[in-house]
Write a protein that binds this ligand. Sequence first.
Ligand code: PRP
Length: 193
Amino acid sequence: MNARESYDGTVQRTLFTAEEIGTAIERMARLIAADYAGQPLLLLGVLKGALYVTVDLARALAAIPDGPSEILVDYLCVSSYGNASRSSGEVRMLKDASEPVAGRHVLVVEDIIDNGLTLAYLRGLLEGRAPASLRACVLFDKPFHRLVDVKVDYVGLSSPDAFVVGYGLDYQEIFRNLPYLAQLQPWVFSKES
Ligand code: PRP
């Protein structure tokens, strides 16, 4: 199967266009810029899914006058879904952050929150490293299957109760590079046990 064939016919519908996602990120950036005005901010993107939202949020913040005094961008990498469409329930740290967190204003940047276990794990881990402050920003909130009550400080858009891909979100590592959020055809998952 080549790259093109793996996309054709698999998308059932577009949920949010690239433009709608961009507008939501700019809206979050304005709130974040106001809250951290004059202070240094460490954006901590959660790979792989938050690859794109972290970049676009950092650039949106740069375009706002009177925002944070400086913005550092770092990433860590965790995974709980593997190649399946359902969470394993176990969050694994694949690559830790490079920048120290202690004494810094840290904003965790996530593409999506679903059962909440990933963000709960990260909040616990990072709180233990004594940041000056810790908040979380999530582009897509999917609230239907929360297993833990975890605080999200900035939310971009509400996701429907469906397996969604695009704008960083994958199915079996495919579809992350779609510039929009999409729902896949049910038959795409039919071979999963
Ligand atoms: C996805 C997503 C979040 C997490 C949210 O990551 O990027 O980090 O799941 O789900 P939860 O609220 O149910 O814990 P995934 O584990 O699929 O890794 P990936 O980002 O590399 O795709």
